[in-house]
Design a binder for this molecule. Structure first.
Ligand code: ADE
Length: 244
């Protein structure tokens, strides 16, 4: 998958291109990540990338021409492998990103992505209308730029790409993969600070372990995020375990 990022701070993306699961995905060619900087599309001596808002008020906007040119360059690169690319603007005004959106963007039929990370007070509305396909938010709070939001989205999508996680099963067993919170996990030693690992996990009975984990997931979701349960239609086994 190709992901182009339009950003004034391309170095920030070293965090995802060099480390962890997304870093390995880049190394292995599962993800092809490239940044496009509006500053490279300036022609003045100061390489100006901000501009004053019409109507006055505090703060600046991203200057329209360098930004528009950078988006176009990013889109062309993202589509040059023959797949279509969607231009996504990260902003608090967008639809709230969640695991099902991550799955959608990771699906091969969704094509490639251009992520537009805004700075300052935002971007000209006409540019959004003309060049942006969708607006997404990572939550109801305001960041000082779209870069961290773009990285959140990039990370959540990348780890779902085939071959990104060494052990493909673990994406399927994630928190939220079936709409539920994850079950608790345990590692050595068997007793830590006087607390034992639940006996069922030492039993070797894989079916019993599967049922215990599902029950824990259901219980946690019910206690911590009842809003998630309301959105789900539980299967027969899940309903039975929740009622127990
Ligand atoms: N830019 C600033 N705040 C944001 C948010 N919450 N989500 C996405 N992009 C943003």
């Amino acid at each position: 998958m190709r992901i182009a990022v339009v950003t004034l701070f391309p170095e920030m993306f070293d965090a995802v291109s060099r480390y962890g699961v997304s870093g390995r995905a880049c190394e292995q060619g599962v993800l092809d990540l490239r940044c496009f900087n509006p500053r490279s599309h300036t022609s003045d001596r100061h390489q100006t990338v901000d501009d004053r808002p019409y109507g006055g008020g505090p703060g600046m906007l991203m200057m329209i021409q360098p930004l528009s040119d950078a988006i176009e360059e990013a889109r062309q690169w993202a589509e040059s492998d023959g797949k279509s690319a969607m231009v996504v603007y990260l902003s608090p005004q967008g639809k709230v990103f969640d695991q099902s959106a991550a799955k959608h963007f990771a699906a091969p039929e969704s094509g490639n992505l251009v992520l537009l990370a805004g700075r300052y007070e935002g971007v000209d509305e006409r540019l959004i209308q003309a060049q942006v396909d969708a607006e997404w938010s990572i939550g109801d709070y305001v960041l000082s730029g779209g870069e961290l939001a773009a990285m959140v989205m990039l990370d959540a999508v990348t780890r779902l790409l085939p071959g990104a996680l060494g052990h493909q099963q673990s994406a399927e067993q994630d928190s939220f993969s079936d709409g539920l919170l994850d079950c608790p996990h345990y590692t050595r030693p068997e007793v830590f600070q006087g607390e034992s690992v639940p006996a069922v996990l030492l039993s070797g009975n894989h079916e019993k372990i599967r049922q215990w984990r599902l029950k824990q997931s259901l219980g946690r979701t019910w206690q911590r995020r009842p809003d998630l349960l309301e959105k789900l239609s539980l299967n027969e086994e899940q309903q039975k375990l929740l009622a127990e």
